[in-house]
Design a protein. Structure first.
Length: 295
């Protein structure tokens, strides 16, 4: 039986408790095959709450790289991927068994530090990968504390969430980047998230690029984790803010900066790109105006 080495890619920024909880959950790997090992590559973007120090103390096998607070999440994920390929700087096995050199990984696992994996998550993901084959992407669905699916694969023009099917992997068109398993063959074909996208859109773009390259994506048959703090809510949706503030937030680097959004629209929505380019900003302005009027 061929050996499996997972290179787990994580980023963190001032979420010490959630990052440590994610790492603790990752260590409880019920059902993971005996021939599987994993190494974690964490890139911390300027945390001031002691996150990297705590990780080094409590999880010494984790490779931790600290970069500046100006490094966006998407770029940090690219750095973690580069570290996993370089073979240097750690990335030791969390299994207690030798993990092997980092550059010999067979799979990458994107893991958001806000996700606490269920004990059988890795077994579910690898089982789905065995079912769909090494040439596919496997996405893990994530629930909120109330049990609703908040991150998963996406399908159709409206990017509808794909619910886990229960009996087998469900096909999807693209995916949220919270829990994503890529084989080495897929990574060699599709690569990392594009550096043009700093925070959002990079995962959706990656999924569509994979599809264009002939790489299918599937959602694992059961949820793999919980988003401990619930889903992130974009600041532009905050009730009661004015139109100017709502537009400032929606065009900020953490939501839909116009240049990045235009690149995304050009790549994936032509010939509707010009219309779709302005639609989220128009909706945001209308929502804020209506909210003020009702208030």
């Amino acid at each position: 039986m061929h050996s499996i080495h997972l290179a787990v890619l994580m980023t963190s920024h001032n979420r010490r408790a959630r990052t440590l909880a994610a790492l603790r959950a990752l260590e409880d790997r019920r059902g993971l095959p005996a021939h599987a090992t994993l190494g974690v590559h964490l890139v911390d973007t300027g945390s001031t709450d002691g996150t990297p120090e705590a990780v080094r103390l409590l999880h010494p096998a984790v490779e931790v790289m600290s970069v500046g607070a100006d490094v966006p999440r998407n770029q940090a994920l690219r750095i973690a991927s580069r570290n996993s390929r370089s073979g240097g700087g750690g990335g030791g096995s969390l299994s207690g068994r030798p993990g092997g050199p980092s550059h010999r990984w067979t799979h990458q696992l994107w893991l958001d530090d806000g996700v606490e994996l269920f004990p059988d998550a890795l077994a579910v993901l690898l089982g789905a990968a065995d079912t769909v084959g090494a040439g596919a992407v496997v996405v893990g669905a994530v629930r909120d504390p109330d049990g609703a699916t908040v991150y998963s694969g996406r399908r159709g023009r409206s990017l509808t969430l794909v619910e886990p099917g229960g009996e087998g992997p469900e096909p999807c068109d693209t995916y949220d980047g919270r829990v994503v398993l890529l084989s080495r063959a897929v990574h060699d074909l599709v690569g990392d998230p594009d550096k043009v996208f700093r925070h959002r859109m990079g995962d959706y773009d990656h999924g569509f690029r994979a599809r264009r390259a002939g790489v299918p994506a599937f959602v694992a048959p059961s949820p793999v984790g919980v988003c401990a703090g619930g889903p992130d809510v974009p600041g532009s949706l905050e009730p009661g803010i004015g139109v100017r503030e709502a537009l400032r937030r929606v065009t900020s680097g953490t939501e839909l900066p116009p240049r990045q959004w235009w690149v995304y629209c050009l790549r994936h929505t032509w010939p509707w790109a010009p219309v779709l380019m302005v639609s989220p900003y128009a909706r945001t302005a209308a929502r804020a105006t209506l909210g003020r009027w009702r208030a």
